[in-house]
Design a protein. Structure first.
Length: 202
C-alpha cells in the first residue's frame, strides 16, 4: 500500500496577516519567509497527525481488497463523506486493463464511511469486495477528499495555535548553524496536537 496526494490544498489554514500579528511583525521584509513558514508548519502538522487541514485529494493504492470483507482504512482524516463531487471512489483492475470504478454513494445504506481514527470505508448487505485475478501491481485505487473545509475558518483553533507556535519558534531560530536551531518542537505544540491523535476531536 502507498499513499499519494493528488491535489494540494488551495490555501493555507493561516493567513500571512495572522502569522505576522502573532510574530508582532509590522513590516513586509520577511513576508516571503513567513509565508514559507506557514506552509512548512501546515505540512509538519499534517504529517505528525495524519490530518488534512484544508480540503485536498488523495489516492491510496492497494495490492488487493481487504480479506474477509474487512474495512479499507483511509490514511488521512477527516474524510469528506458527502455524496457527489467529493465522494470517495474505488477503481480496480481485474485483468490487465479491465477497469471498474465504484463511486461511494453515501445515500445507499450498503455503502458505509466512518470518520473514525483512521477513517474507514465499508460495505455490507449484498455488497462484497470483488475477488481479483490480476497480475497488475496495485490494482485497487481508492481516491478520496479529506479536510476540515475549504478555508482557515474551518480548521480547529488548537491546530492553528500549534501552527503559530511552530512559526514563532522557527522565525526566531532561522539559522541552521545557531546553537538553538536543533532544539525540539515546543512541548505546547505536542500538547495541542495530541488532542487530535486519539480521534476524539474532529
Amino acid at each position: 500500500m502507498f499513499l499519494e496526494r493528488i491535489t494540494a490544498p488551495a490555501n493555507e489554514p493561516l493567513s500571512l496577516a495572522e502569522a505576522k500579528a502573532h510574530l508582532r511583525v509590522d513590516h513586509s521584509d520577511d513576508d516571503t519567509l513567513i509565508s514559507a513558514l506557514i506552509s512548512t508548519a501546515r505540512d509538519h502538522v499534517e504529517r505528525t497527525t495524519r490530518l488534512a487541514l484544508i480540503r485536498q485529494q488523495w489516492r491510496i493504492r492497494l495490492e488487493n481488497f481487504p480479506a474477509d470483507g474487512a474495512d479499507i482504512e483511509i490514511m488521512r482524516r477527516p474524510l469528506i463523506t458527502t455524496s457527489g463531487t467529493y465522494s470517495p471512489t474505488i477503481t480496480y483492475y481485474n485483468g490487465i486493463e479491465t477497469e471498474t470504478t465504484i463511486t461511494w454513494d453515501l445515500d445507499d445504506e450498503e455503502f458505509l464511511a466512518y470518520n473514525s481514527n483512521p477513517p474507514i470505508l465499508s460495505v455490507w448487505g449484498s455488497l462484497i469486495w470483488p475477488t481479483l485475478t490480476t497480475l497488475r501491481p496495485y490494482p485497487v485505487e481508492v481516491t478520496f477528499y479529506a479536510g476540515f473545509g475549504t478555508s482557515g475558518a474551518d480548521v480547529p483553533g488548537p491546530i492553528k495555535q500549534a501552527m503559530l507556535l511552530l512559526i514563532g519558534n522557527w522565525y526566531i531560530r532561522r539559522e541552521a548553524a545557531s546553537q538553538e536551531a536543533g532544539l525540539p518542537v515546543p512541548y505546547a505544540v505536542e500538547s495541542l496536537l495530541s488532542l487530535y491523535d486519539s480521534g476524539e476531536y474532529q
